[in-house]
Ligand binder design. Sequence first.
Ligand code: HEC
Ligand code: HEC
Length: 159
Amino acid sequence: MKKSILALFSVSVLLSTIATFSQAEEVATLRDNTSISDQKTAKKMPNVSNTDIKQKRNYPMQPPIIPHKVRNYQTNLKVNKCMSCHSRNRTDESQAPMVSVTHYMDRDGNFLAEVSPRRYFCSQCHVPQLETDPLVENTFVDMNTLMKEKAKKAKAEQE
Ligand code: HEC
Ligand code: HEC
């Protein structure tokens, strides 16, 4: 009795090991289906999109993406390069949009004189874009498009 359970167990371990190995060959989607054991020469790094043009926000609370380069802009205990242009009292000089008031609020909704510690590390939420194709397909549909489609359907049903 005990022996047969042990035998079953080892067979299932063997099977799952085989399964993981054959999967490992397929999981390489971001590596152009290159197997894990191969090392390909890296592609050229794509350019950062540096259009200086505001991009559409896909939903109201989306942190806007950064339309300029941020290379070597440091954010640490002593300096915050981003705030040297985006803080309230620097926007006349920089012509950058001011970080919105939410960036000056603490978690209880009180307004602070300085940018809130919750919003200090900008790249936690804001990122620049690269001039390249997306690595994975994205099927996100904007709410407005959904509402338009729904209205169209309702109208078609009425007629
Ligand atoms: C030298 C000044 C300067 C610095 C430093 C700077 N920005 Fe900007 N930023 C701008 C200006 C000007 C714009 C307006 C669009 C443009 O000209 O690129 C802008 C636009 C943006 C926007 C788009 C806002 C919107 O409404 O779409 C975001 C987000 C942003 N910056 C984030 C950052 C972050 C994060 C950093 C630090 C990593 C940073 N910026 C550093 C000047 C600056
Ligand atoms: C925790 C996430 C988070 C962090 C950290 C953060 N932001 Fe934002 N930011 C947002 C969101 C969400 C919005 C849009 C809604 C809003 O204004 O609160 C926004 C809006 C902005 C805007 C557009 C303001 C406007 O009125 O058009 C700018 C510029 C910006 N952020 C810059 C910055 C900079 C610079 C920093 C770092 C000092 C920073 N943000 C840190 C989430 C964040």
